[in-house]
Design a protein. Structure first.
Lengths: 288, 305
């Protein structure tokens, strides 16, 4: 470096500041990128809501997306819901039998399904099936200049591409959650009553006693948030896709991973809030 | 042998009214630390067909996107019919874009829509036309670019590259724009289909009073369709103070241009570039050897063509 002199009798420290500055620079870049992404997503969401409340998207685009999100996701959500109901019966039966409470199996299976597993399962399926597809489609549109073509023709890409997908996700994920809940209940009932031989009337009575309307409400409310997360994250990832086939693949993978992590994080926060709401406002008498 | 049509030889094509439709003043565009355009000035006169030529990475595409407000310059102004694209609202910008047709390099047709819906898209976006009128206009638009009505029911994936470009042209023309921009219209096409596209550009210019900007590095296209050529040079290769616009004049002046770099580009001669590449590779190898590390693969991306 110009103007710098080195002496042989001193230890060579020239590497240390270099490494340290690289380390600081690398972490600084990571932090700046993360903050920029949060800001980008905030602007993206703001623009989406601004369009949603100012101009109705074309009916055809909403119906096409509803078909993709709702109708085509139904079989896989129903199937996985059935399996998860049966798995819950298998997992819980032995423990409940040991303490002589196997007749209460319906309560634990069904309340777990309605409050937690149904919404999370439907959201996971949606993130995997629809979220990745959204990111891949929009990513391909970005790479092949179709998104620029929309802009050039005077159509706002967020209004045309993001708003219908967001609406389809938040409107149809409650229906998918109900399907996951229902098939899980059927699966759990089938395994418990038909395979394990638990008393039919006791199973149903325990289920009815312990699964409340609030459980169903909280599950469906959470699912709307999950649907919103999937749509926003997947569309954002698609819009910011790197060029090439690898970029599209990364966008699809990142959309699923980021959606899934956010779904679980938001699930925790919503559970805490809903619990507080239930014990303080909905049914204050039941507070522990 | 048929006589070749060129813009200069065609009186309808060479007629321009003279007043600028686009004025670009002191345009500078930077991506991170890389300056792509540096204080570029360009006026496009109403009715002319301008070809913007230059090697890959010289900023042609960036200039074209800046011209219609798809990219915002770091400094400088773009006036479209005296409207400053940098200061008008998004709504006004969307209305202005109704007057601009854009033919993308790979057509950029919407995969999820069939050809009819692709061509009808600008009409649905900007006009409240009746279905019968839309059908008639789309059929007419497809016929203008030589596509049969049956093609309307197909999807973009079912068409060849040349057909997709023609659909892209039909879509760009459907609203009868004042300005039409062609981004590398002949890239990736065989020589015959390239000439078909060139003829369509000329026919479009003859049939409609439109200003055209053709971004290309195909000299045959530039010579055939343009009545004015602007050559851009990469900013990174210039000495301080030199202009990025190396040539601005009729295509006939290209072969006798004063600037050696223009003549070299027009003739497609590598010239000193081979020596430069060899020296560059040697410099990288010696730097890597001095640092006792493995040379890294070149990750630079050329995206500013």
């Amino acid at each position: 470096m110009a103007g710098t002199t080195f002496r042989d009798d001193l230890p060579d420290v020239s590497e240390r500041p270099g490494r340290l500055s690289h380390w600081v620079s690398d972490w600084g870049t990571v932090v700046i990128d993360a903050v920029s992404m949060v800001g980008d997503i905030a602007i993206f969401v703001y623009r989406m809501f601004a369009w949603m409340f100012t101009r109705r998207p074309a009916r055809g685009t909403i119906l096409r997306n509803c078909y993709q999100v709702g109708v085509l996701s139904l079989p896989v959500v129903a199937l996985t819901g059935t399996f998860i109901g049966m798995v819950l019966a298998v997992q819980s039966h032995r423990q409940f039998q040991m303490i002589g409470l196997e007749n209460r199996l319906g309560a634990v299976i069904n309340s777990s399904l309605v409050r937690e597993l149904g919404p999370v399962l439907a959201a996971t399926m949606l993130a995997g099936r629809v979220g990745s597809a959204i990111a891949a489609v929009l990513g391909t549109m970005r790479v092949t200049e179709q998104i620029e073509a929309l802009t050039v023709m005077g159509a706002d890409p967020i209004h045309y591409l993001v708003v219908p997908r967001f609406l389809a996700c938040i409107l149809l994920i409650p229906a998918l959650t109900i399907m996951a809940d229902f098939m899980g209940i059927v699966g759990g009932y089938f395994y418990s009553v038909v395979v394990l031989g638990i008393d039919h009337a006791a199973y149903l009575q325990n289920s009815a006693d312990h699964v409340t309307g609030f459980d169903l409400f909280s599950g469906l409310l959470k699912s709307v948030f999950f649907g919103g997360i999937i749509a926003i994250v997947s569309c954002y990832r698609g819009f910011h896709c790197e060029p090439g086939a690898e970029g599209v693949g990364q966008a699809a993978t990142a959309a699923f991973v980021m959606s899934f992590v956010l779904i679980l994080g938001v699930d925790l926060i919503l559970n805490i809030l809903l619990d507080a709401f239930y014990y303080n406002i909905w049914a204050p008498g039941q507070a522990v | 042998m048929t006589e070749e049509t060129t813009a200069a030889a065609d009186p309808a094509v060479s007629a321009t009214s003279g007043d600028p439709i686009i004025r670009m003043r002191d345009i500078t565009v930077r991506f991170q630390n890389q300056t792509v355009l540096h204080r570029v000035n360009l006026e496009i006169r109403r009715g002319e067909t301008l070809a913007i030529i230059g090697e890959s990475g010289c900023g042609k595409t960036v200039l074209m996107k800046t011209m219609i407000g798809l990219l915002r310059p770091n400094s400088g102004t773009v006036l479209f019919d005296d409207q400053n694209l940098g200061t008008i609202s998004q709504a006004d910008l969307a209305k202005t874009r109704r007057r601009i047709g854009f033919v993308f390099q790979n057509a950029a047709l919407f995969d999820s829509l069939n050809i009819f819906d692709n061509v009808a898209f600008p009409i649905l976006q900007h006009e409240a036309a009746e279905e019968a009128e839309i059908t008639a206009r789309v059929r007419e638009g497809l016929a203008e670019v030589g596509l049969p009505p049956e093609a309307a029911e197909k999807y973009p994936a079912e068409l060849s590259g040349g057909m997709r470009k023609r659909v892209g042209l039909a879509r760009a023309l459907i609203l009868r724009p004042d300005l039409i921009i062609y981004d590398e219209p002949t890239t990736g096409l065989d020589p015959i289909m390239s000439d078909v596209i060139n003829e369509l550009i000329l026919a479009t210019r003859r049939n409609h009073p439109v200003t055209s900007v053709v971004v290309t590095h195909d000299m045959r296209t530039a010579r055939k369709v343009a009545n004015r050529v602007v050559m851009l040079y990469p900013h990174r290769r210039l000495k301080p103070g030199q202009s990025q616009v190396l040539f601005d004049g009729p295509p006939s002046g290209l072969d006798h241009a004063d600037d050696r770099r223009v003549r070299q580009f027009v003739r497609g001669e590598a010239g000193e570039r081979i020596d430069e590449l060899t020296r560059h590779a040697a410099a990288i190898a010696s730097t890597a050897a001095a640092a006792e590390i493995e040379p890294e693969p070149n990750r630079s991306r050329d995206s500013h063509g």
